[in-house]
Design a binder for this molecule. Structure first.
Ligand code: ATP
Length: 321
């Protein structure tokens, strides 16, 4: 394999740049030519290809977002769109691809592989950490740290005003971010999609805090079944007489300079993805489980559900006393 393409797709995540850098340098180190595909699948259809040398990826390891840009592409969901993308790849002499993104990106990759025989290795790049086959996805650690820092600040206001704060964090239909943020910010309660939120029990917990805690933080995952922070706050409303506010952290969780953990994870996975392609692997995602590089069939990354750690859930209960 002489020419390898790399693209970022779906939601951006901190550490994608560190991964692009690792992919490019691993390819060059192994004597390959490296091609960046801009704007994900949309750019593949439009032929937005750029040659990348080692200097093209200099000074990006610390930058959030993605220098290759990203996009959501409706055209790529159609067979015609994928035919065009495959033709462009062939025309540019690209023989293998590294796809950095989430489950949607991998679903597109599997179609491209099965319909057009393009060799593809996926790298998990999403803040949500919701892909089966890796303990952590690139961007997750940074997103948790960003949310934690924001909540530390919110707590200052909550304590000063004797208020209850409902803070909504990202994570789509998974509670990984919420649970880690809840523990690391000392939240009183965490509502996640994986566990039914007992509104009555939450009310009673807050009543029990009366006269003990003058303020409290409730972390709500965006996919939580009561409908998110505003909806949950509306249902609890006047519990224990707390004055309350709702804060949706939103997209600040997606940006920013990646943490050391995310940079190292991105570097390891980026290199592993190129080495896997060169060894003839395809249709797999590289991940890290218990500190070791692993390979999981791409399809398994979204057909099997990664579960939150029940032990963390138990700890969050103990710590909120
Ligand atoms: P994140 O979880 O961080 O948002 P993602 O990779 O899941 O990332 P999506 O928007 O779901 O993000 O997918 C990215 C792109 O992958 C889509 O815009 C589309 O072009 C392509 N894609 C997704 N699902 C399919 C599919 N079933 N068939 C073909 N292409 C798909």
């Amino acid at each position: 394999m002489k020419r390898i393409g790399v693209y970022t797709s779906g939601g951006d995540a901190p550490g994608m740049n560190a991964c692009v850098r690792a992919v490019v340098r691993a390819g060059l180190y192994n004597g390959c030519e490296m091609v960046g595909i801009q704007h994900g699948y949309e750019g593949m259809i439009e032929g937005k290809f750029v040659d990348l040398d080692a200097r093209a990826v200099a000074n990006i390891i610390q930058r959030g977002g993605t220098i290759l840009r990203t996009a959501r592409s409706e055209r790529f969901r159609t067979p015609e769109g994928r035919v065009k993308a495959a033709e462009n790849l062939k025309g540019a002499g690209v023989e293998g691809l590294v796809a950095i993104g989430g489950d949607g990106t991998f679903q597109g990759a599997v179609r491209l592989n099965e319909e057009h025989g393009v060799a593809i290795v996926g790298v998990p790049g999403t803040i949500d950490n919701d892909l089966f086959g890796t303990d952590f996805t690139i961007g997750y650690d940074t997103a948790v740290n960003t949310a934690m820092e924001a909540i530390d600040k919110i707590r200052d206001t909550a304590a000063s005003h004797d208020r209850l704060f409902y803070v909504e964090v990202m994570g789509r239909d998974a509670g990984f971010i919420a649970l880690d943020v809840g523990i690391s910010s000392g939240a009183e309660f965490v509502a996640i999609p994986e566990a039914k939120t007992n509104v009555q029990a939450l009310r009673e917990e807050l009543e029990a805090f009366k006269g003990v805690k003058s303020s409290a933080i409730i972390i709500v995952a965006e996919g939580e079944e009561e409908g998110g922070a505003f909806s949950l706050a509306e249902k609890i409303k006047d519990a224990a007489g707390y004055d309350y506010r709702v804060c949706v952290l939103g997209h600040i969780q997606r940006g920013g300079s990646p943490t050391a953990s995310d940079r190292i994870l991105a570097s390891r996975l980026g290199i592993a993805s190129v080495e896997a392609l060169l060894e003839g692997q395809t249709n797999v995602m590289v991940g890290i489980i218990h500190g070791r590089i692993t390979f999981t069939p791409l399809r398994t990354t979204w057909t099997q559900r990664k579960t939150v750690d029940n032990e963390l859930w138990r700890l969050s209960k103990i710590l909120s006393l």
